[in-house]
Design a protein around this ligand. Sequence first.
Ligand SMILES: [Zn+2]
Length: 144
Amino acid sequence: MKNDLDLLDLLKKAKSLQKNAYAPYSLFRVAALVTLKNNKEILGVNIENAAYAVSICAERVALSQVFAQGYTKEDIVSLFLITDSKTIGSPCGLCRQFMIETMPETCPVYISSKNDNNDPKIIRKVLVKNLLPLAFKPNSLKGN
Ligand SMILES: [Zn+2]
């Protein structure tokens, strides 16, 4: 298990991964990198579509891959997210709902944005459980 995440290494990898984003409409490239307990890294980028609603965010691409490759949320150590934004990037509401069920709630999410020189920098660490207060969870379906 990775005890000490090399955030600078993750930042470099995520920045490199951004070029794979398919964002011809927004030009807002996002990359997500999920680290697992076995040190494997699962990658995701945003994929847009001319029918905008069909587009998918980098976070959900990466987290879907975690499950497609046979892992579960218990295997996840962290999610590293990078955007083209100069202000704080943040997962959208849809991704926050997705993350609350597919990641450990105490899992850290590292969010990087760019400075005035367009260089990425790490500016925030947030826990999954703090991304979506009052989240709708599986036991919410039970209605009691
Ligand atoms: Zn999203």
